[in-house]
Ligand binder design. Structure first.
Ligand code: FAD
Length: 486
């Protein structure tokens, strides 16, 4: 008996529940399949950095499979056609995959399931991209949570109740070579797919993901999880795990990340600083699950506001302001530095994501969907659930939103989270000589100081494209107009 394991966003061999099932059911006769579907490769929200990272992850997966006597089977085409053809070519009796929670994937997977049922082929679907499936974490009366804090409390209690299950690792399966009849194709290069990447992206794959997780939970390392609670909001510090692209493609499973953190908690005893840091980080894994369950239970968030009254917001949507934001020339250094980080690294610090998202929606009065889409096109970790959740949170249209009247001030955010301007200077070297006291508001420098440090506003660096105080009042009025409708 042959089973197909359909890899999607679970690009790893360790701790892969669907792959494990496929291997048990077929006694190791698994065809490890990945489908390059043009509908996805060329979708408007797909970004070059993400495809390049994914291709690297596929190469790593192929190498790891070959080390175990198997290999990755890559096919290009429409998903349904490829799966049908592969079943017919190989005589497979079952297909296994790990669930994807986006509305698009749900529709596609339902079609594949129906087609396989017609062919009398078994299917096995596992939960993997989240720690707990969206239906596992519910309120006392069985409803999904729509507010993060009580969700996290329930989620964290569940990690203790199911501790044995979370701590149990699944070893990579024993695999037999794929049948000779299956045409051998190598993983294409991203350039073969017409993908051009200009950003510096991290190396993709399970091997690198596992190493990154191991380094982050190594308390002897210079930048480990121990300093997370204190350092995670400081923009210039390498204080966060940088695991997001690996989690996005399943090179690291969220369960593996949680397991590493729980094991560490057992070791550190009552070292309060480290315990607080580990718990804070575990809370971020809960945020991730939280947004997945929002997308699952409320799929309308993909196109509309979670809170419907905000669909009536009268956005100004000025394309010139949008271009200035994208290109990092708003005249607010913290915004421009963050947007340059995105352009250079296809990644942005979480605090910076919140600041630029607030600025786009509340200072520039541009629809959060414009920013959400741009982020998806740029981010190496672009993830529909987390990105949508982050944007709606920042715009004040989503779950558990910061109240709309709490509007980030780009100058004071910079002063607080980049006090010496190190982050700003890293991404805006033209501001290198600006004194610390002016680094987040260079337009306030006296003319003589501008001349002295070689940054004349309007010549070497733009003047602010909007006046924050004035735009703040305008945003408040727009939001107030629709809030009272609710
Ligand atoms: P760490 O701080 O080390 O956190 C560990 C992991 O927890 C992250 O890798 C991520 O998987 C998860 N996580 C952390 N914070 C959040 C959060 N607020 N929401 C959901 N999951 C979280 N994250 C993405 O993975 N993809 C996105 O497309 C994305 N878009 C965002 C857009 C906006 C406007 C905002 C405000 C946040 C967005 N985030 C997104 C969340 C967060 O910014 C990133 O997960 C984080 O910066 C990744 O860095 P890290 O791996 O070092 O995170």
């Amino acid at each position: 008996m042959i089973w197909i394991h359909w890899f999607r966003r679970d690009l790893r061999l360790h701790d892969n529940p669907a792959l494990h099932t496929a291997s048990i059911r077929s006694d190791g006769r698994v065809i490890p399949l990945f489908i390059l579907d043009d509908a996805i490769l060329h979708a408007p929200r797909t970004g070059a950095a993400r495809i390049a990272f994914m291709i690297a992850a596929l190469r790593d997966l192929d190498a790891n499979l070959r080390a175990r006597g198997s290999r990755l089977v890559i096919r290009r085409g429409r998903t349904l056609d490829v799966i049908r053809a592969m079943v017919q070519e190989t005589g497979a009796t079952g297909v296994a995959w790990n669930r994807d929670y986006t509305p698009f994937a749900r529709r596609r997977d339902a079609q594949v399931e129906a087609a396989l049922r017609d062919l009398n082929v078994e299917t096995s679907i596992a939960e993997d991209a989240v720690v707990f499936s969206p239906d596992d974490v519910r309120t006392g009366d069985g409803r999904p949570y729509t507010v993060y804090t009580p969700y996290r409390r329930r989620w964290r209690a569940l990690t203790e109740q199911r501790r044995a299950e979370v701590l149990r690792a699944i070893e990579p399966p024993l695999l037999r070579p794929a049948p000779e009849a299956v045409a051998d194709q190598t993983v294409p290069d991203h350039a073969d797919l017409g993908i051009v990447v200009s950003q510096r992206i991290p190396p993709g794959g399970e091997t690198h993901g596992a190493a990154r997780l191991a380094a982050f939970v190594d308390l002897a390392a210079a930048h480990s999880i121990a300093g997370y609670a204190e350092g995670r909001d400081l923009l210039a510090e390498p204080a966060t795990s940088r695991l997001s692209p690996y989690l996005r493609f399943g090179c690291v499973a969220p369960r593996q990340a949680l397991r590493a953190a729980l094991r560490l908690l057992d070791i550190v005893g009552d070292d309060h600083r480290t315990v607080r840091s580990i718990e804070t980080w575990i809370g971020e894994l809960a945020w991730r699950d939280f947004y997945y369950q929002i997308l699952w239970h409320y799929p309308h968030v993909v196109r509309r506001s979670f809170k419907p009254q905000y669909d009536a917001l009268a956005w100004e949507n000025d394309p010139a302001l949008f271009d200035a934001w994208k290109e990092g020339r708003t005249g607010y250094p913290i915004i421009d530095a963050a947007m340059h980080q995105l352009r250079q690294e296809a990644w942005m610090h979480n605090r910076a994501r919140m600041i630029v998202a607030s600025f786009l929606t509340k200072d520039l009065l541009i629809d959060w969907r414009w920013g959400e889409r741009y982020f998806m096109q740029q981010l190496v970790d672009g993830d529909h659930a987390a990105n949508n959740g982050g944007w709606q949170w920042s715009a004040g249209t989503g779950t558990d939103a910061q109240p709309y009247f709490r509007i980030f001030n780009p100058v004071s955010q910079g002063q607080k989270f980049d006090p010496k301007g190190l982050y700003v200077r890293r991404y805006l070297p033209e501001l290198a000589q600006v004194p610390d006291r002016y680094i987040h508001a260079p337009w306030t420098m006296p003319r003589a100081e501008q001349q002295r440090c070689g940054v004349v506003i309007g010549r070497d660096y733009p003047a602010p494209i909007v006046d924050h105080a004035e735009r703040r009042m305008r945003a408040l009025a727009l939001y107030r107009a629709v809030s009272s409708v609710a």
